[in-house]
Design a protein around this ligand. Structure first.
Ligand code: PMT
Length: 390
C-alpha cells in the first residue's frame, strides 16, 4: 500500500512542473510523505513555496545549505522508500545517465540506493534525439523505471510524444509499484455485475448490480500480480488495466465463459449477481400492448456457483450471499449447498452495503465459522477477499 510511504520527489525544469503540483496534492491525500528537491530551472517555472505548501514540507535545492545538521543529499535518499523525478527534463536525464552531479537533485540520485522512477517531459524532437534515447536506454539498463511520456499537444504548440504522464496515472503507477505481488502465478476468475435474461426483442429482466464489487476484486488481484479473467455482465464502463475481460449478457454466457477458464484456475470469485430465473419462452419480436394483463412463466437458471462448486479440484471457490433476511443462516446454507470455501455475506438492507455502493459491510462464512468485518470500501474488501485465496 502507498499509505505512509516516503517519496523523494525530484522536480526538474519543464512546463510540466505545474502537473507535478497536482501529483503532490494527490499523493498527500493518500497519506504519502513527500520531500521535494527542485533544480534551479524548475524554480523558474514554479516557486518553491508552492511545492512547500502542496507537499507540506521544506523544498531542497541548494547543495551548500544546512550542512551543519546533516548531509542532505545523502540523508534524503536514505529516508525515502522511492525516488521519483517528475518531470524529468532532457538535461536531467542526460546528467543521470552520465553521473554528472552538478546539482542537488543529481547528487541525491547518485547517492540513492532505493528504486528510482522518472516521468520524462520534453518536446518531441528532444525526446526523439538519439542522445536522449541513448540516455533513457542507459537509465533503463541501470534499473531506473521510466513512465513513458504520452502523446498530445505540447507547450511549444506542436503535437507529438513528450507530455509528462497525467498525475492520476502516475499515482496509479506508484500504487501498483507499492502493492505486494503475492498473487503472481495465480489465475483468478472473477465474475461481476448482473446478468440479463431477455423477455422479447426489446425487454429483459435483470437486477441492480453495478459491478463495483467484482471490478474492485479484479483490479486489486491484478495489482497483486494475478492473471485475472474478469467475466462481466452489462455494467457502466470501469477502468481496468491488463485484465482479460469477457463480456457476457445471460447466465448461460457467464457459465460458458467461466467454464473455458476454470480447469487451470486457482480461484473463482463469484461477485456477480446472476439472474435466478428466465422466461420459459422468448419472443423474437416486440410483444405489443393488448390492454390486458400479461403472464410469463419463468424457469430456474443454472446456479453457476453450485455448478463449479461440484466440479472443483484445487480451486478456492468464493461465493457471495446477497440477502435481505437471515443473512448468516442463509449464507451458511449457500456455503454447504454450493460447496464453496467461503461465502462473503452482505446484508442488502444495511447502510453502506450491497448494490452500487462504494462501501460494503460483509461477513466471511467458512467451515471455521463467521468473521464479521467493519464497513470498508469495496477496494479494501476486495483485498480482504483476495487474502482468502490459498
Ligand atoms: O455489483 P455491486 O453493485 O457492487 O453489488 C455487489 C453485490 C451486492 C452484487 C455483491 O456484493 C454480491 O452480493 N454478489 C452476489 C449477488 C447474488 O447473486 O447473491 P445470491 O445470494 O443470490 O447468490 C449467491 C451466490 O451464488 C453468489 O456468489 C452468486 O454469484 C451465485 N449465483 C447466484 C445465482 C445463480 N443463478 N448463479 C450463481 O452462481
Amino acid at each position: 500500500m502507498i499509505d505512509n510511504k516516503n517519496i523523494l520527489l525530484g522536480v526538474s525544469g519543464g512546463i510540466a512542473c505545474y502537473k507535478t503540483l497536482e501529483l503532490c496534492s494527490r499523493l498527500v491525500k493518500k497519506n504519502v510523505n513527500i520531500k521535494v528537491i527542485m533544480t534551479e530551472s524548475a524554480k523558474e517555472f514554479v516557486r518553491p513555496v508552492t511545492f512547500e505548501t502542496m507537499a507540506k514540507g521544506l523544498v531542497y535545492s541548494d547543495m551548500w545549505e544546512g550542512h551543519h545538521e546533516e548531509v542532505h543529499h545523502i540523508e534524503l535518499p536514505k529516508w525515502a522508500d522511492l525516488m521519483l523525478i517528475a518531470p524529468a527534463s532532457a538535461s536531467t536525464i542526460g546528467k543521470m545517465a552520465n553521473g554528472i552531479a552538478d546539482n542537488f537533485l543529481i547528487a541525491s540520485y547518485l547517492a540513492c540506493q532505493k528504486d528510482v522512477i522518472i516521468a520524462p517531459s520534453m518536446n518531441t524532437q528532444m525526446l526523439l534525439n538519439p542522445a536522449t534515447q541513448r540516455n533513457l536506454q542507459t537509465l533503463r539498463e541501470y534499473g531506473v523505471k521510466v513512465i513513458a511520456p504520452e502523446s498530445g499537444v505540447l507547450a511549444c504548440n506542436t503535437v507529438g510524444d513528450g507530455r509528462m504522464e497525467e498525475p492520476k496515472n502516475i499515482v496509479k503507477y506508484l500504487e501498483d509499484y507499492f502493492t505486494d505481488k503475492d498473487l503472481v502465478g495465480k489465475k483468478i476468475i472473477v465474475s461481476a455485475g448482473p446478468t440479463i435474461e431477455p423477455i422479447d426483442y426489446v425487454r429483459y429482466i435483470t437486477n441492480h448490480s453495478s459491478g463495483k464489487m467484482g471490478y474492485n476484486i479484479a483490479n486489486e488481484a491484478k495489482k497483486r500480480g494475478a492473471d485475472v479473467i474478469l467475466v462481466s455482465g452489462p455494467v457502466n464502463p470501469f477502468e481496468i488495466n491488463g485484465i482479460n475481460k469477457i463480456e457476457v449478457k445471460t447466465n448461460e454466457e457467464m457459465k460458458n465463459a467461466i467454464e473455458e477458464n476454470f480447469d487451470d484456475a486457482n480461484a473463482l470469485i463469484m461477485a456477480a449477481a446472476p439472474v435466478d430465473y428466465r422466461p420459459s419462452t422468448v419472443s423474437d419480436r416486440k410483444i405489443k400492448k393488448s390492454g390486458e394483463s400479461i403472464n410469463f412463466e419463468f424457469i430456474e437458471n443454472l446456479d453457476i456457483l453450485k455448478y463449479f462448486g461440484s466440479k472443483k479440484k484445487d480451486q478456492t471457490i468464493i461465493g457471495f450471499a446477497a440477502e435481505t433476511d437471515d443473512l448468516i443462516e442463509n449464507a451458511n446454507k449457500k456455503l454447504n449447498v454450493k460447496n464453496a470455501d467461503y461465502i462473503v455475506a452482505n446484508d442488502l438492507k444495511k447502510e453502506g452495503a450491497g448494490f452500487n455502493t462504494d462501501t460494503n459491510v460483509a461477513s466471511f462464512i467458512s467451515k471455521d465459522g463467521v468473521k464479521d468485518l467493519e464497513i470498508m470500501s469495496k477496494k479494501e474488501l476486495a483485498n480482504e477477499i483476495l487474502n482468502l485465496i490459498r
